[in-house]
Design a protein around this ligand. Structure first.
Ligand code: GLP
Length: 261
């Protein structure tokens, strides 16, 4: 891994909106503009998608734009950041189910253009599988816009504390706090898988535009830490500060602990 002190440290653009809904509508509109302009020049749009409660309003607005404003997803390709491991796609806890419920079942995306890490892949060949996932992103020209949430551990995707700057798509262990936070959805913490497949930090940073979203008071502390800490694998989101294509989109509550300039 390159020594962290040799990495650039930009001040990411921080956009603060009055609330999550207004912010999400703006992000969805930006995605829609890109899809439309790429369509006009005969190009596909490659989206990097996230799960969790944070991106739900973005997906809601994309569905509305499809229904009411003719936004077409025929030439959109999507790669999801992560999936629990092991995980059956038809489980209600899978990120496959999440994406179908919030986006894919409601738009005209071609199912062959949807990529979500396979939580059923045999463990013995998982490394090859992850390499193929990474390769596929490159083969399709790379990600145009990558959406991200942030976990309270400072994870992006499932890159938990300890994740390396040059990490690629791989099988990882989930942090205890992440499993605690996911417990409500699974009924109890013991039901939350202990592992996941996630795109790496390097995979994420290769995207042409990266938007990290955070809403609510519950995210204020980790956003402050991310913005004020040096680059460190202890807070993987700090690595986003090495890339000038990153933008933080926050509501006023998530931004409330940031130092006012
Ligand atoms: C999960 C996902 C992350 C997401 C995080 C935050 O762990 N794998 O990609 O960013 O949760 O979740 P939420 O948006 O519900 O706060």
């Amino acid at each position: 891994m390159p020594h962290v002190s040799s990495l650039g440290n930009y001040n990411p653009v921080v956009s603060v909106y009055p609330d999550a809904k207004v912010a999400s509508i703006d992000i969805a509109q930006r995605i829609a503009s890109l899809i439309r302009s790429n369509h006009q020049s005969g190009k596909q749009t490659v989206l990097g998608l996230a799960t969790g409660s944070t991106p739900i309003y973005v997906y809601e607005e994309l569905v509305r734009l499809h229904r009411e404003e003719h936004l077409r997803f025929k030439d959109v390709v999507s790669f999801n950041l992560d999936e629990y491991f092991p995980m059956q796609p038809d489980s209600p806890h899978s990120y496959v189910a999440f994406m179908q419920k919030h986006l894919f079942d409601h738009v005209d995306i071609n199912p062959d253009n949807v990529y979500i890490p396979d939580g059923t892949h045999p463990r013995e060949s998982i490394e090859d599988y992850c390499r193929t996932y990474e390769q596929k992103i490159g083969d399709l020209g790379g990600i145009d816009i990558q959406l991200l949430g942030i976990g309270r551990t400072g994870h992006i995707g499932f890159n938990e504390p300890g994740a390396e700057f040059d990490s690629q798509t791989r099988l990882v262990e989930l942090n205890d706090l992440t499993r605690t936070d996911a417990a409500a959805g699974f009924g109890e913490k013991e039901q939350v898988p202990t592992e996941a497949i996630t795109m790496g930090i390097d995979t994420i940073l290769k995207a042409r535009k990266i938007i990290l979203m955070a809403w609510g008071k519950g995210k204020a502390a980790i956003i402050k830490k991310m913005m004020e800490s040096d680059l460190t694998p202890d807070i993987p989101a700090t690595f986003l500060k090495t890339c000038e294509r990153v933008e933080l989109v926050l509501d006023t509550e998530a931004a409330s602990d940031l130092r006012k300039e």
